[in-house]
Design a protein around this ligand. Structure first.
Ligand SMILES: Cc1cc2nc3c(=O)[nH]c(=O)nc-3n(C[C@H](O)[C@H](O)[C@H](O)COP(=O)(O)OP(=O)(O)OC[C@H]3O[C@@H](n4cnc5c(N)ncnc54)[C@H](O)[C@@H]3O)c2cc1C
Length: 385
């Protein structure tokens, strides 16, 4: 009899996978407790479709309470603090959630206050409510300049802002309004999607160019006013509608617990996702995972990574609890769709921890990849519940 407790913080992509995989691998005497402040699991890869009115909010979320029938205990609460020495997590409602193993999958939070004017003037699709608000603004928009931008790195899903610009371009073309809309794209990055290398980035830049979307790399936004984004370089871009990826930061409880380092995120061992504390693991967006041989010093933030990492961590905790089985290592596998409009998507896949350099494949846009993304969505909304 083990009688151990595995506490999983965050019921997003990483937490959902970790709790499911653990439940499959360990017996009922092990308690698997998932703490999440929202009642619903929400699926961000569908937000670009929601922004265009192609999905409704209820189609991109699922009740986390469904996990209870599998024997996963779901605690609907806000994590307030993590006491590493005492092996206890405190929530707003629940005082002491003790654990033998802790998996931190709290993702990233946003820091819109870091940029004056962001809250008042910028739209985004980095949470469900904001995506719904942006959809309404997109529908109402009649003419003028749409600026699509990235405020700071790192941010979730390196392809999402590029996808947003290309999908909006397609949307207004289909509405017969393209000649009334000008597009500007700004980012502090040196080239699009730098984590996959300059060669693939130049293909994305070509997509933007072919759609007459002006691309402005190396621009760091410092202030947003009504109708104008101002940059560190002194440049300005005027807009009538602004989409901007908000600055990201690690959730407060992990910062307060001193789990983060100078990167602002939780450092982990790339292959095992172990933190420096025994029995404490972190997966997904909340981590900083070094990729010394990669195109960028750290792994980008994406659900596909959170998924793979959560499977490895769940497996390895199960091996420890059962005292048998094979310990696994994460191989850095990841893939990503880039919707480009016309019902087509490009596709990138790779092994980001490969040596001597990441092995990354790029597939030009096609309907087949778009269909794969639709299937990917269906899988997520069904498989884990
Ligand atoms: C528009 C958009 C499109 C995307 N498209 C893709 C894509 O196509 N492919 C892809 O791989 N990735 C994509 N991503 C990125 C992907 O959604 C994230 O990388 C992924 O969700 C990270 O998983 P995670 O488990 O680390 O964090 P999350 O899934 O964000 O889960 C974290 C959870 O922790 C909860 N939480 C946080 N703090 C607390 C607290 N204090 N108490 C209780 N609960 C808390 C949150 O509510 C959340 O549910 C996209 C993201 C966006 C925004």
């Amino acid at each position: 009899m083990s009688g151990k407790t595995v506490l999983i913080l965050g019921g997003g992509v990483g937490g959902l996978v970790a709790s499911n995989v653990l439940r499959e691998k360990v017996g009922a005497q092990t308690t698997i407790r998932l703490v999440e402040r929202k009642r619903q699991f929400q699926f961000p890869p569908s937000y670009p479709w929601l922004m265009l009115g192609q999905r409704k909010p209820e189609q991109v979320q699922k009740d986390l309470g469904l996990l209870k029938k599998k024997g996963i205990e779901v605690v609907n609460d806000e994590v307030e603090s993590i006491d590493i020495d005492g092996k206890v997590v405190k929530g707003k409602e629940n005082d002491d959630l003790s654990y033998d193993y802790l998996i931190i999958a709290l993702g990233a939070e946003y820091a819109p206050d870091a940029i004056p004017g962001f809250k008042e003037h910028a739209h985004h699709i980095y949470d469900l409510d904001s995506a719904v608000r942006f959809k309404e603004a997109v529908e109402k928009f009649e003419r003028g300049t749409i600026a699509v931008g990235v405020s700071r790195t790192p941010f979730k899903c390196p392809a999402a802002p590029y996808e947003t610009a290309l999908l909006l371009e397609d949307y207004y073309s289909k509405k017969g309004m393209r000649d009334r809309v000008k597009f500007e794209f700004f980012t502090p990055e040196g080239n699009p999607v730098p984590a996959v290398g300059a060669e693939i980035g130049s293909k994305v830049a070509e997509f933007l160019k072919s759609k007459n979307i002006s691309y402005h790399p190396k621009l760091k936004v410092t202030e947003i006013r009504d109708g104008e984004a101002r940059f560190e370089s002194g440049e300005q871009i005027s807009f009538d509608l602004l989409f901007c990826v908000p600055p990201h930061k690690a959730p407060k409880p992990v910062v307060d617990a001193k789990l983060t380092d100078e990167t602002g995120w939780i450092p982990v061992k790339p292959r095992t996702l172990e933190t420096k504390h025994n029995g404490i693991y972190a997966v997904g967006d909340v981590t900083s995972l070094p990729t010394p041989k990669g195109y960028m010093p750290f792994l980008p933030k994406a659900g596909v990574f959170a998924h793979g990492q959560a499977e490895v961590v769940a497996n390895n905790i199960a091996v420890q609890i059962k005292g048998r089985g094979k310990v696994k290592e994460w191989d850095g596998h990841g893939s990503c769709f880039l919707e480009v409009g016309h019902g087509e998507s490009a596709f990138v896949k790779g092994r980001f921890l490969a040596e001597p350099k990441p092995e990354i494949e790029f597939h030009m846009p096609g309907k087949v990849w778009h269909m794969q993304k639709v299937l990917f969505e269906k899988y997520w909304m069904r498989h884990w519940f």
